[in-house]
Design a protein around this ligand. Structure first.
Ligand SMILES: Cc1cc2nc3c(=O)[nH]c(=O)nc-3n(C[C@H](O)[C@H](O)[C@H](O)COP(=O)(O)OP(=O)(O)OC[C@H]3O[C@@H](n4cnc5c(N)ncnc54)[C@H](O)[C@@H]3O)c2cc1C
Length: 303
C-alpha cells in the first residue's frame, strides 16, 4: 500500500507534525551534513549561522545530499552563530533560498540524487533541533546509531543479492565438454563458500547490533561503530567475488551483479566512512578520545 506523500509546510510544528509525517512515510527527510571544507568529517561543518532577530540566517554549501530536490525537509548542520559548536536545523524544502546545486552522476545508486545543495535561507530559531550547540550530540547519539545500522543493512542486502545471484548463475552455467556446472569447479565453489560464510557472519553481527540499539548495553556504541565498517567491507569483498565467479556474464548487465558491485561502493565512503569508523573503534577500545581537537566533542565514546 502506498502512503500519500505530503509536502511538509513551514507551519507544521517541529516535534509534532513533522515527526509523525516522517514516521508515517508521508514526508521524506534528508541529512545535509557534508561540506567541501570538511569532506567526510561530518562532525565539523565550516559554514556558520548568523543570528537575525528572532531567526537565524543559514549560509551553507552542502556537497552531497541524498534525495536532493525530492526531500520535504533537510536537516542542515552548521556552526552555531556565536560559538564553535554545531547546530542542526530542520529546513523545509519550500524555504526560499534552498537550492539544488548540481546533477547526480554516480558510479552506483543511480536511482537517487545525491547532489550538492546550497542553503542561503532565513529560518525561525524554533527550527533548531535540540539545545543551542547540541548538534554534535544529536549527530552522535541519535543520527549515528540509526544511520549506521540502516547503512549496514543495505550492505548486507547487497551482499545477499550478490551471493544469491552468483550461486544461481554458477549452478546453471554449464561446461558441456566436462558435463558439469561452473559451481562444480573447486575454485568457484570454495569462493562461493567464503562469500556465503562472510555474509552469514555479517548478517549475525547486524542482528546483534540491532539488539544492542533496541536494548542498550555498555558496548552499544562499539557495535554502532563496528557494524557499518564490517558490513561495508564485506559488501566490497562479496560483490567483487561475485564478479569473479560469474566472469563475463557478470560484466554484462543481465545478472545485475555489476549493479550490486557498483552500489556496494557507496556505503564504504558514506560518512562516517569505513576507515574513519575503524579509527574511532580503535580509539574506543584503547580508551582514547574520539576526536583529537573538537571543542564541542564528548571526551569519550558515548555508551
Ligand atoms: C551516494 C552518496 C550519498 C551521500 N549522501 C549524503 C547525504 O545525504 N548527506 C550528507 O551529508 N553526505 C552525503 N554523502 C557524503 C558522504 O557522507 C561523505 O561525506 C563523502 O562521500 C566523502 O567524500 P570525500 O571524497 O569528501 O571524502 P574524504 O573526506 O576526502 O575522504 C577520502 C578518504 O580518506 C579517508 N579518511 C578521511 N578521514 C579519515 C580519518 N580520520 N581516518 C582514516 N581515513 C580517513 C576516507 O575514509 C576516504 O577513504 C553521500 C555520499 C555518497 C557517495
Amino acid at each position: 500500500m502506498s502512503v500519500p506523500r505530503c509536502r511538509w509546510r513551514p507551519h507544521h510544528r517541529l516535534g509534532c507534525d513533522l515527526v509523525a509525517d516522517l514516521a508515517g512515510g508521508r514526508a521524506l527527510g534528508s541529512l545535509a551534513f557534508s561540506e567541501a571544507g570538511s569532506r567526510s568529517h561530518f562532525w565539523a561543518p565550516v559554514s556558520r549561522a548568523r543570528l537575525n532577530g528572532a531567526g537565524v540566517r543559514l549560509n551553507a554549501a552542502k556537497s552531497w545530499v541524498t534525495s536532493a530536490g525530492h526531500a520535504d525537509v533537510y536537516i542542515v548542520s552548521t556552526l552555531t552563530a556565536d560559538a564553535d559548536t554545531v547546530d542542526l536545523f530542520a529546513v523545509p524544502a519550500v524555504t526560499p533560498g534552498v537550492e539544488v546545486a548540481g546533477r547526480w552522476r554516480g558510479m552506483g545508486l543511480r536511482g537517487n540524487a545525491s547532489t550538492p545543495m546550497t542553503f542561503d535561507a532565513e529560518v525561525p530559531g524554533s527550527y533548531r533541533l535540540g539545545a543551542a550547540g547540541g548538534g554534535l550530540d544529536l549527530m552522535l547519539q541519535t543520527v549515528l546509531p540509526w544511520f549506521n545500522l540502516g547503512n549496514a543493512a543495505v550492505s548486507v542486502g547487497l551482499s545477499r543479492a550478490a551471493v544469491d545471484a552468483a550461486v544461481r548463475h554458477t549452478s546453471a552455467a554449464r561446461l558441456e565438454h566436462l558435463d558439469e556446472s561452473l559451481s562444480a569447479l573447486p575454485t568457484i565453489r570454495a569462493r562461493l563458500a567464503r562469500m556465503s560464510i562472510e555474509l552469514a557472519s555479517t548478517a549475525a553481527y547486524l542482528t546483534q547490533a540491532a539488539g544492542r540499539i533496541a536494548e542498550p548495553r555498555e558496548d552499544t556504541m562499539l557495535h554502532v561503530l563496528g557494524v557499518k565498517a564490517a558490513a561495508n567491507d564485506a559488501a566490497l569483498r562479496i560483490t567483487d567475488s561475485a564478479m569473479r565467479v560469474c566472469g563475463g556474464a557478470a560484466f554484462s548487465e543481465h545478472l545485475q551483479i555489476d549493479r550490486y558491485f557498483r552500489d556496494a561502493r557507496a556505503g564504504h565512503v558514506m560518512a562516517p566512512t569505513a576507515d574513519v569508523l575503524y579509527d574511532f573503534y580503535g580509539r574506543a577500545i584503547t580508551g582514547q578520545p574520539l576526536f583529537d581537537s573538537q571543542p564541542s566533542a564528548p571526551a569519550q565514546v558515548p555508551a
